[in-house]
Design a protein around this ligand. Structure first.
Ligand SMILES: [Zn+2]
Length: 302
């Protein structure tokens, strides 16, 4: 018997030394179209899956041009997660290049908000991750997709998803409450892209924006003129712009109306790890807090 034990111990030690490699090779590979979805998926997956974003931090995601390197990084994916609702106009073609791989649109099941003007009029606003209720649908869709493709880790995914939803609520609820006392006529959110319909609905704000979608022609003199007129007509105290586009037109609106420039909002992309919004929860916190600060400070000064 003792002669049989030694080879078993040796085999066990060999297998043990290879275990990290074996375990890694078995992990689910999940590819997402942009950084925010990658972070959401990472929070739900924990260490059980490898998550890759095609677009990098800070990228303009609507009209992105994928590279051959992007395609190589996506090869071998078990599961593709994307937004849909015409957000990533490049992604369906990209998916076709990947062949037969499972893909899930994370906006499936939300009640989308229609776009009211511009070339995308009649389509739905795709920025649904910015709404608290709609973000929960993204998390549910991610959890369900991971569970279906990796049932062994179903309990982990369910627990992570529940904890993550609690964190989203913990970030958003106090910020929404801070705006409760703001008078109706000061409830305006002025931005570059019309990317905030879902967040504006949560915060009880009316929207005014320079252009409906980043894919459209942006920052034209007419668009700037329209927003200047709107800011003047409604005596709006503050304007904002997003991190992934040129902020000059919004600053021009501020200059010509006397409104203050409230700063940068993050909506379409996370920052790098050492930037201000490396995670989706940071993006929600920083963007919403910037809006609340801009609106309430001016209110306090009046
Ligand atoms: Zn956008």
């Amino acid at each position: 018997m003792t002669r049989g034990i030694k080879p078993i111990i040796i085999m066990t030690l060999i297998l043990w030394s290879f275990w990290p490699t074996l375990a890694h090779a078995e992990r689910l590979k999940v590819v997402t179209s942009f950084t925010i979805l990658a972070d959401m998926a990472t929070q739900v997956a924990g260490d059980a899956a490898e998550v890759v974003s095609i677009t990098k931090p800070g990228a303009e995601i609507h009209s992105y041009q994928p590279t051959p390197g992007d395609l190589r990084r996506a090869m071998g994916a078990d599961l593709i997660l994307w937004n849909g609702l015409h957000l990533e106009i490049w992604f369906e073609q990209f998916l076709n290049h990947l062949g037969d791989v499972a893909s899930v649109r994370l906006t499936d099941g939300i009640a989308p908000i229609p776009i009211k003007e511009g070339k995308a009029e009649g389509q739905f606003n795709p920025h649904a991750w910015m709404g608290r209720g709609t973000a929960m649908v993204y998390i549910d869709n991610i959890e369900k997709a991971l569970r279906q493709h990796d049932p062994e880790n179903a309990a982990l995914y369910a627990a992570n998803a529940a904890a993550y939803k609690d964190k989203i609520n913990a970030v958003m609820v106090p910020l929404v409450d801070q705006l409760a006392a703001l008078p109706d006529d000061q409830r305006w959110l002025v931005t570059c892209e019309g990317a905030f319909s879902y967040l504006a609905r949560d915060l009880g704000l009316k929207e005014l924006y320079l252009w409906p979608m980043n894919a459209d022609q942006i920052g034209t003199p007419q668009q700037v003129r329209n927003v200047i007129d709107g800011v003047n007509a409604h005596h709006i105290p503050v304007v904002f712009c997003e991190s992934t586009v040129n902020q000059a037109p919004a600053k021009q609106v501020a200059r010509e109306t006397g409104a203050s420039y409230g700063g940068v909002l993050y909506v379409d992309s996370l920052s790098k790890a050492d930037g201000p919004v490396p995670h989706y929860l940071d993006l929600l916190q920083v963007t919403t807090a910037t809006i609340v600060k801009g609106l309430t400070q001016k209110d306090g000064a009046q």
